[in-house]
Design a protein around this ligand. Structure first.
Ligand code: F6R
Length: 248
């Protein structure tokens, strides 16, 4: 696990966007698709803004890009204000030239009995296109990556999970109260994330400093799922100074 600290979220986000653009360009030169694992939430917003700018102003094309998002609330209608489908459209997809059929986001409208097969299929699709070249992650204050809450196994796959109470509290503003936040989500597993060729975890602000300290320096344990990332050489934590402020 490598840790890079940048002065602020803005500079760090531009670095990450550049890394993503470089993968897309390198793959394009080889006539291949770039397979990207994407996150939602506040953390990656500036990365997506910068990618959209690169598309508009520098002609960066996403025609050879295939995306898989980490997670979606369950149940969740794609048109709902809080859906991750809507988030991705508004933050990124509506502003670039990605092919609609290349976008994958877990489906929050499935019937319960169909979820298990759907999740296996989600994994299969990632494998079929050659696996994720890069997975972008944020981190929750519970130590979750994707929605792999405390207790998640390191080899877990895409599945239906129950959200931690703290995660629901943190989401309550978006939903106008914790009671409106879904109790469940469909998320890629830790095992799914681990198969990515490269993983970047981003975190900004003092609010994330305590969990970043645990994730980087704490004992590896399913009680803080992000600690599993310590086991991989392909992981880079990209932090602003505030999020890194409790590292020793
Ligand atoms: C979102 C996701 C979550 C978030 C995490 C941090 O797709 O998988 O793990 O990355 O909850 O959220 P923000 O960035 O809003 O602090």
């Amino acid at each position: 696990l490598a840790v890079s600290v940048y002065k602020d979220e803005h500079i760090a986000s531009i670095k990450v966007a550049r890394r993503i653009a470089d993968i897309i360009i390198r793959k394009k030169e080889k006539g291949e698709n770039a397979i990207l694992g994407l996150a939602t939430g506040a953390t990656p917003v500036e990365v997506y803004t910068e990618l959209a700018r690169m598309h508009k102003e520098e002609g960066l094309s996403f025609q050879n890009v295939i995306t898989f998002n980490l997670d979606e609330y369950y149940p969740m209608h794609p048109e709902a204000k809080q859906s991750y489908v809507r988030f991705m459209d508004e933050q990124l997809f509506n502003h670039i030239d990605i092919k609609r059929e290349n976008i994958h986001i877990p489906d929050g409208t499935l019937k319960k009995e169909d979820i298990a097969n759907y999740c296996l299929d989600y994994e299969r699709k990632i494998t079929e296109v050659g696996g994720l070249d890069l997975q972008v992650l944020g981190i929750g204050r519970t130590g979750h990556i994707g929605f792999n809450e405390p207790g998640s196994a390191p080899n877990s796959g895409t599945r239906l999970v129950t959200l931690d109470d703290l995660t629901r509290r943190d989401a309550s503003r978006d939903f106008g109260g914790k009671e409106n936040v879904p109790t469940k989500a469909i998320t890629m597993g830790i095992g799914t994330i681990f198969k990515a060729k490269e993983i970047i975890l981003m975190a900004w602000s003092k609010k994330k400093a305590p969990i970043i300290r645990k994730a980087v320096e704490g004992e590896i344990s399913s009680s803080v799922p992000a600690t599993f990332l310590q086991l991989s050489d392909n992981v880079e934590f990209i932090l602003d100074e505030d999020a890194a402020s409790e590292l020793t």
